[in-house]
Design a protein around this ligand. Structure first.
Ligand code: CO8
Length: 303
């Protein structure tokens, strides 16, 4: 509800939201003609650029939130609205997510949203993170991550929600759930998403050590599906999408849902408790101290 209030305040889309709340992502038939008409034009919001090609039914979402596409509440709000709009458009069958920022796909959750903030604000933020995961992991669309830069923590989570991951073969980039390196703990649904992708043992090692993998290591462990030269990430994603869209939607969607539903149900039946856990954890003095040290380390590394 809080995220919806945020949407309303920022974008003035209360009409849209009442439709969103009455439509599960698996029910596309409740879209009004007016809404569909709006969705068909390409759109640019400050933090996202969405190009929708109606002839192929594929949208490309470019994250463009400088400097590093960190996932702030503002970003998450725009992102969720963007995905939901595409989800509700029956003519959109595939989504490619990529970055317009050089060298970075997404730096993960915006650390400043977790540092020195009130418990209320932390709760709002966490609902936004949950909402992003639910929208992506539960989507009826084929979603491909075109990972054209580093993708730590929440950026890796975003990639993991996709059906297929294509990464730039550049050894300077890294991807992984590195939360323990910040002195924080990846929540159970981050862990579940990783387990569903690379298996239990690989996840256990990766999460305990907060591993950030190079592209070739990520390919080896199964964290990404394909490496290509940097300038071919998007074209390869587009070609791969054609293959996925050749499968009848209903059969693919039911299969996807069968694979993912138990994981999704675990969060949806524990959403409020998960928010409370996050808030009480992140506002602890010791955790705030770890975050401050990590932020200082980031600054020093830069200097
Ligand atoms: N949030 C906020 N600001 C960030 C973040 C971030 N995640 N990452 C980088 N920045 C800032 C930097 O501080 C820097 O700011 P400034 O210009 O003011 O000095 C600016 O962005 C640019 O950063 P860099 O100079 O480091 O940029 P590079 O291109 O050299 O490197 C990287 C890009 C690789 C993305 C690098 O910035 C990096 O490693 N960032 C940290 C990434 C990270 O560790 N993210 C983890 C976030 S936590 C998360 O996503 C899950 C949390 C789950 C919570 C569970 C609790 C219960």
């Amino acid at each position: 509800m809080a995220l919806r209030a945020a949407f309303r305040n920022r974008r003035g889309v209360s009409g849209l939201l009442s439709q969103l709340s009455s439509c599960s992502s698996h029910v596309r038939v409740c879209v009004s003609p007016v809404l569909v008409a709006q969705q068909r034009s390409n759109s640019t919001s400050p933090k996202l650029k969405v190009d929708f090609d109606q002839s192929s039914g594929v949208a490309v979402m470019h994250m463009q939130s400088p400097p590093v596409n960190s996932l702030s509440l503002d970003f998450l709000t725009e992102f969720c609205i963007g995905v939901e709009k595409l989800e509700m458009d029956k003519s959109c069958r595939g989504l490619i997510i990529t970055s317009s920022q050089p060298k970075v796909f997404s730096a993960g959750l915006d650390i400043m949203e977790m540092y020195g903030k009130s418990p209320e604000r932390c709760g709002e933020f966490w609902k936004g993170v949950q909402e992003m995961w639910l929208k992506l992991y539960n989507s009826n669309m084929v979603i491909i991550a075109a990972i054209n830069g580093s993708s730590p923590a929440g950026g890796c989570l975003m990639s993991l929600t996709c059906d297929y991951r294509i990464m730039a073969d550049n050894p300077r980039y890294s991807i992984g759930l590195n939360e323990t390196q910040l002195g924080i703990v990846a929540p159970f649904w981050f862990k579940d998403t990783m387990v569903n992708t690379v298996g239990h043992r690989a996840t256990e090692i990766a999460l305990e050590l907060g591993l950030l993998y190079s592209p070739s290591e990520a390919l080896k462990v199964g964290l990404v599906d394909l490496l290509v030269p940097e300038d071919q990430v998007l074209t390869t994603a587009t070609q791969t999408m054609t293959k996925w869209l050749a499968i009848p939607d209903h059969a693919r969607q039911i299969t996807k849902s069968m694979m993912r539903k138990p994981t999704i149900d675990r969060l949806t039946s524990n959403r409020e408790a998960d928010v409370q856990n996050f808030v009480s954890f992140i506002t602890k003095d010791s955790i705030q101290k770890s975050l401050r040290m990590y932020l200082e380390m980031l600054k020093k590394r830069r200097g």
